[in-house]
Design a protein around this ligand. Structure first.
Ligand code: NI
Length: 205
């Protein structure tokens, strides 16, 4: 082979290798992105069974169910009012995303569900939700009612510690549900308020 042809062949081989490596990287990136979206347990995108019937008590002491917001998309987050970091961060982010959406945010009902019915009375929730967003609804109930909605949304929660100072370890997904109660999408702690606002604008009609 003449030297200049050999160089050409090498150059093409190198370009090919870069192309393959690049393609593989993209594939791997897509796969990672896909798996990061998956929820704990055996849930896979496309066949997600999240949501369902519930009866809870809101911050004003009124009973509400999954049918209480027939014309609203819902953004639902689970936590507890004594949470030192995750809940304030995520609820703050949810509020910020709604603010970024302007008028479109009117189609969304933000909801905070307590995983700590022992301490989170309607009165405690009323004070708490007001810190974030005047539109934010707080839900609590009997331990059985909370367990029903927790299971329906496949939320992880575990009490840690004893006495009055216990904590509740919990998953930190924000669920987007349709006005008819169907699951649409989930936001994670990694998603910024800007990410959320952008995706919400595409997802709600
Ligand atoms: Ni929390």
């Amino acid at each position: 082979m003449k030297p200049h042809i050999r160089i050409l062949v090498l150059a093409f081989a190198l370009l090919g290798a870069i192309g393959i490596a690049y393609g593989l990287n993209i594939l791997e990136y897509r796969q990672n992105e896909g798996s990061a979206r998956n929820l704990p347990g055996t849930v896979t995108t496309g066949e997600i069974q999240i949501g369902g019937a519930f009866a809870m008590v809101n911050q004003n002491g009124e009973t509400v169910t999954e049918k209480s917001w027939p014309n609203q998309y819902r953004l639902i987050f689970f936590g507890f009012t004594h949470c030192p970091d995750v809940c304030p961060t995520e609820l703050g982010k949810m509020t910020q995303a709604l603010n970024l959406m302007g008028k479109n945010a009117d189609k969304l009902q933000p909801i905070f569900v307590s995983l700590d019915p022992g301490r989170d009375t309607p009165a405690a929730l009323k004070e708490y939700v007001a810190l974030f967003n005047p539109k934010l609804v707080g839900l609590t109930g009997t331990p059985e009612q909370v367990e029903t909605i927790r299971k329906a949304y496949r939320v992880y929660a575990a009490k840690v510690g004893d006495g009055d100072d216990y904590m509740v370890d919990h998953s930190a997904f924000i669920y987007l549900m349709a006005p008819n109660g169907d699951f649409i999408d989930v936001f994670q702690p990694d998603d910024s308020a800007e990410d959320m606002a952008k995706r919400l604008a595409l997802l709600i009609k």
